[in-house]
Ligand binder design. Structure first.
Ligand code: PEP
Length: 244
């Protein structure tokens, strides 16, 4: 039995409307208690609504990004303190869609993760190689360099790492369990300082009910960051129910 509790996190990306509030009740009704920590990260516009809908349930609330700065003159940004105020316990930072689509680099990701920690939020720090890196045989060194650049000073208990190979995100092509396990073991071995055995490392990239059990059976895979399959309440609940 692992010392690490499994964590399944749903990343809705830029999807969802207020009318989707019924999602929460359908999801809650389809869950069976299995000792897995459950997190839903809707867009910022729905955090307040979902805070109320998840109250008193085992489902925790997370955000998809935060500013590296505290409150102030940063038009359009959302601070970690604001997310905490809305009941978030976690925030995703460094997702590849922000790294690639918004030019975010390791240094900014590290500062965002640090801002989250200062507010008592757990940052889910995303790292992952492009297809060209894997084809060139440099996947592990690429990911470990991202890890080193994106990590603020933190205890292994206070952060979550999400390994998300970019070529597997939203493509339907997941990494195989052996491929993912190899990377997760390398990430754990590279953790600076002590506590590596307590570090939770999620896999992300086309996780669905059909492949979650095989991934979760790997010794260094502690959960999943799920995009597309988290949008349907019944599919996501099935995935969570199959994860341990
Ligand atoms: C993600 O959004 O982090 C993700 C892994 O997406 P998908 O599950 O759709 O590949």
């Amino acid at each position: 039995m692992s010392i690490r509790r499994p964590l399944i996190a749903g990343n809705w990306k830029m999807n969802g409307r207020v009318a989707d509030g019924a999602w929460a009740q359908r999801f809650r009704d389809s869950l069976t208690a299995n000792g897995t920590d459950i997190l839903v990260c809707p867009p910022a516009t729905l955090l307040h609504l979902f805070q109320g809908l998840f109250a008193g349930s085992p489902v925790a609330l997370g955000a998809q990004d935060c500013s590296p700065e505290p409150d102030g003159a940063y038009t359009g940004d959302v601070s970690a303190g604001m997310l905490k105020d809305l009941g978030c316990s976690h925030v995703i930072v460094g997702h590849s869609e922000r790294r690639d689509g918004h030019g975010e680099g390791d240094d900014l990701v590290r500062r965002k993760a640090g801002a989250a920690l200062r507010e008592g939020l757990t940052p889910i720090i995303c790292i992952g190689e492009q297809l060209k890196d894997r084809e060139a045989g440099i996947a592990i060194e690429t990911v470990l360099a991202q890890l080193a650049g994106s990590l603020p000073e933190a205890s292994a208990d206070d952060v979550v790492i999400a390994y998300e190979p970019v070529w597997a995100i939203g493509t339907g092509r997941s990494a195989g369990p052996d491929e993912a396990q190899e990377m997760h073991a390398a990430i754990r071995a590279a953790w600076p300082g002590d506590g590596a055995g307590r570090l939770r490392i999620l896999y992300g990239g086309s996780v669905k009910p059909e492949n979650v059990a095989a991934l979760m059976a790997c010794p260094d895979i502690d959960g999943a960051l799920v995009g597309g399959a988290s949008l349907d309440p019944h599919v996501f609940a099935r995935l969570v129910n199959l994860s341990s």
